[in-house]
Write a protein that binds this ligand. Structure first.
Ligand SMILES: *[C@@H]1O[C@H](CO)[C@@H](O)[C@H](O)[C@H]1NC(C)=O
Ligand SMILES: *[C@@H]1O[C@H](CO)[C@@H](O)[C@H](O)[C@H]1NC(C)=O
Ligand SMILES: *[C@@H]1O[C@H](CO)[C@@H](O)[C@H](O)[C@H]1NC(C)=O
Ligand SMILES: CC(=O)N[C@H]1CO[C@H](CO)[C@@H](O)[C@@H]1O
Length: 485
């Protein structure tokens, strides 16, 4: 029997198994570098239970061809870099830095006893539409290139890979591109060894979708895919079926309308079977076309109801996931509202019936037109602070194809950048990226800040250059979260 007074410490330890998961935050690895693994996958090493994250390695100033990076973690929050699992090779027909190495997926082949990596292999004009294949005896690589092939003679663009936990068979999932004769998504079975494709199991016809992934429950398969709007996020849809060969349901939208799937694109899903419960995670990408190498990750728990044949995403700024038990819980913070903030220069409180208290903070610009939240309680340790904002620069793209959004030089303006200063310390200006959002849709984006202990802190928000202008997004409120234990 435990002594009574040892219980709180024990509970505290139990709730602090891993780091918080913070969708859309800047995630740093254990070396202090940004986690740089986009549009990839997470697999669990069977022997150790360690998670491995693979993804496209994006280099500043070089959009494609950076190779495939790999990181490991025991809690899905703390990531250790193992550098490149698949390295670019100068002069190689498919691995040269001028080539496309996108959406890598890794799977263990019981037949060969090796790890197999598959990806969308292409040239820079997407004229090849192949599937690349590389192998390694070690999960973290290095992987050795084997081949790049046309799947059963067809085209393959955005690539996904799914393994059925019931029979261990793996499937390739790919969009066949944008040509008029294409615009399908193929679900094709691999051979037992996962060295080649066997046969097409199902074709999702002419929906013109991409970034496919499948999540499996005991009773259902759900296939998630996005529409095709380049790096601009849209409403991701899901289909459901009892069997992979179908029949598949009509698609439906998995997140609240006009949030554009909380500014993310589908690409992978991860099932965490703990000793208490099973959690299904959506692993989405929040692309940043202004600085692709700094694109973020939107990982959210999915709510699945097989009875209602429904799957959806719920937003949480921060959640605490215990990969051993499989359960997660929301972390609660303290809100500070726009109506109580101080404005300077031409920043002002504007009527907004969708905002908290019917107002939103508008006109934030440069160093002089700022807003300041006051009386903020801090702990003296790094804390995540979520900024709830709207940025309507694109005027609601997609809803008005004939409209003229705020395009600069023909390019969509996908984000504003705000400056964030704690307690007037102008020597430490944090940059807050605020993606475009639909009119009247308030989304949040987090920053990790260190506030002083006590209730006297201030947070001042101004506008920084996004390469085109110095506008900050409109602010509704901020939420300050407790530090990680
Ligand atoms: C890509 O491959 C296609 C098909 O071979 C070819 O037509 C196209 O010119 C190639 N693009 C580049 C940039 O090499
Ligand atoms: C190849 O693609 C064409 C055009 O989409 C389709 O008619 C055909 O069934 C596909 N065949 C296979 C084996 O994927
Ligand atoms: C589940 O796993 C956790 C962490 O390993 C352990 O502390 C706990 O006792 C386990 N619970 C059950 C019901 O097995
Ligand atoms: C305190 C603060 O926000 N300073 C900013 C003033 O504007 C310049 C130009 O955008 C920034 O570089 C400073 O960080």
């Amino acid at each position: 029997m435990l002594a009574r007074n040892s219980l709180p410490a024990l509970l505290l330890a139990a709730s602090a198994v891993g780091k918080y998961i913070v969708p859309g935050g800047r995630w740093y690895d254990t070396d202090g570098n940004l986690v740089n693994a986009h549009a990839g996958c997470v697999i669990t090493e069977e022997k150790t239970g360690t998670f491995y994250l693979f993804g496209e390695y994006k280099i500043e100033g070089q959009e494609e061809g950076g190779g495939v990076s790999v990181y490991s973690s025991d809690d899905l929050g703390t990531w250790t870099s193992h550098r490149l699992a698949l390295e670019p090779v100068e002069g190689h027909p498919y691995l040269d830095p001028s080539m496309i190495i996108q959406r890598p997926k890794v799977v263990y082949s019981h037949g060969t006893g090796e790890y197999h990596m598959w990806w969308h292999a292409d040239n820079s004009s997407y004229g090849l539409l192949l599937q690349g294949f590389a192998t390694s005896p070690n999960i973290a690589g290095p992987y050795t290139f084997q081949d790049a092939t046309a799947p059963l003679g067809n085209w393959s663009q955005d690539f996904g890979l799914f393994t059925d936990y019931k029979d261990g068979r793996s499937y390739s999932l790919y969009s066949n591109g944008d040509r008029r004769e294409a615009r399908d998504i193929y679900l094709t079975e691999f051979n037992e060894d996962i060295t080649a494709l066997d046969e097409v199991i199902y074709t999702f016809p002419k929906f013109d979708l991409e970034a496919p992934t499948i999540v499996q429950t005991e009773k259902s398969y759900y296939a998630l895919m996005s529409h095709k709007t380049g790096y601009r996020p849209n409403n991701v849809v899901a289909f459901r079926a009892d069997k992979l060969s179908g029949p598949w349901s009509q698609p439906w939208i998995i997140a609240p309308l006009n949030t554009r799937t909380y500014n993310s694109q589908s690409g992978y899903t991860l099932t965490i079977k703990g000793n208490k419960t099973t959690t299904y995670l959506y692993l989405g990408d929040q692309w940043d076309s202004n600085s692709l190498w700094e694109s973020r990750y939107i990982w959210l728990p999915m709510t699945i109801d097989d009875g209602k044949k429904d799957l959806g995403l719920e937003w949480h700024d921060i959640y605490d996931l215990d990969v051993k038990s499989g359960s997660w819980k929301e972390v609660k913070g303290t809100a500070y509202y726009g109506k109580d903030a101080e404005t300077a220069g031409s920043a002002f409180k504007q009527e907004a019936n969708f905002g908290s208290d019917g107002v939103i903070l508008s006109g934030i610009y440069g160093n002089d037109s700022t807003v300041t939240f006051t009386g903020i309680e801090g702990t003296g340790k790094p804390q995540w602070v979520s900024f709830y904002y709207q940025n309507t620069d694109d005027m609601g793209f997609g809803d008005q194809p004939g409209g003229s959004p705020d395009r600069i030089g023909g390019a969509w303006q996908l984000r504003r950048v705000s400056s964030v200063v704690v307690n007037g310390d102008a020597d430490n200006v944090q940059t807050l990226f605020q993606r475009d959002s639909h009119k009247g849709i308030i989304l949040s984006t987090p920053l990790q800040l260190t506030l002083e202990k006590g209730t006297h802190n201030t947070i001042t928000v101004g506008g920084l250059s996004n390469g085109f202008d110095y506008k900050g997004a409109d602010l509704d409120r901020i939420i300050v979260y407790p530090p990680e234990a």
